[in-house]
Design a protein around this ligand. Structure first.
Ligand code: NAD
Length: 255
């Protein structure tokens, strides 16, 4: 299935790397004007170069999703320059330190809540008025299967991703009758630099818990995002879509 985004203005946050970069690349291939937003200028510009070299239209804009003013001016700038915002993939996020809850530092808690959860609120708050003014739009928030199930030593990350799922559901109900569709993507384990801090044996153990026995490639997430934002998914509203090789099914791995 091929979605056509010709003429659409698409924002992808955290698109200097990993899932966001794959999403920006796929939207670029599908004809969109892609706004690559990231806190990392190097990553963002590299993503733009590869999209434009492949014949797509993309531009880099610096943005820190944990900073409400930065998010507001990013989105106001896009609307001022392009006249609209058709699709937003609110994707930027970080890993949290893996420790049991009582050992979790409060500063680390606030850092991760700001980047993973408050960020999505700031993005939605700025994107929705722009979409209402033009009569509609589609938004996908990157959550995680950690937004659906628990995880050992992952209290902070898990709480932020459950928060993203909750925010997605509530926001989608507020605007479902005004032409804005808001859904969440819940990736399982995806082969990106995000996993760089995990020791190889830990990655192997995680892979062993995946029914498909492999990590996803970032483009497998991008294809789900393009579908969720397309007219092919016109009745998808407020859902948290696991794209996880079956990990969140909760089956036991006994062999
Ligand atoms: P990644 O580290 O490859 O990319 C994350 C990008 O976000 C980077 O380019 C980084 O510079 C950017 N970023 C970080 N903080 C930012 C900020 N404050 N403002 C703007 N940009 C910022 O990671 P990824 O694997 O592509 O992760 C993307 C999203 O997917 C995250 O929300 C993550 O929680 C989620 N996710 C990842 C996995 C996985 O296994 N990789 C699984 C589930 C969910």
């Amino acid at each position: 299935m091929k979605a056509d985004y010709t003429g659409a203005v698409v924002l992808v946050t955290g698109s200097g790397s990993g899932i966001g970069r794959a999403s920006a690349t796929a939207f670029g291939r599908a004809g969109a004007t892609v706004i690559v937003a990231d806190i990392s200028e190097d990553g963002g510009k590299a993503a733009v170069d590869s999209i434009t070299q492949a014949g797509g239209i993309a531009e880099f804009r610096h943005g820190d999703v944990a900073d409400e003013d930065s998010v507001r001016s990013l989105i106001e700038g896009i609307v001022a320059d392009h006249g609209r915002l058709d699709v937003a993939h609110n994707n930027a996020g970080v890993e949290a330190t893996t420790v049991r809850l009582a050992d979790l530092d409060s500063q680390e808690w606030r850092r991760v809540v700001d980047i993973n959860l408050s960020s999505v609120f700031y993005c939605l708050k700025a994107e929705i008025p722009a979409m209402l003014a033009q009569g509609g739009g589609a938004i996908v928030n990157t959550a995680s299967i950690s937004g659906l199930i628990g995880g050992y030593t992952l209290a902070c990350y898990t709480a932020t991703k459950h928060g993203v799922v909750g925010l997605t559901r509530a926001a989608s109900m507020d605007y479902a009758d005004q032409g804005i569709r808001i859904n969440a993507l819940c990736p399982g384990l995806v082969d990106t630099p995000f996993l760089a801090n995990l020791p190889a044996p830990a990655v192997d153990r995680l892979i062993n818990g995946i029914p498909m026995r492999r990590m996803a490639q970032p483009d497998e997430m991008a294809q789900a995002v393009l579908w969720l934002c397309s007219d092919a998914a016109s009745y998808m509203q407020g859902h948290a879509l696991p794209v996880d090789g079956g990990t969140s099914l909760g089956g036991t791995t006994t062999y």
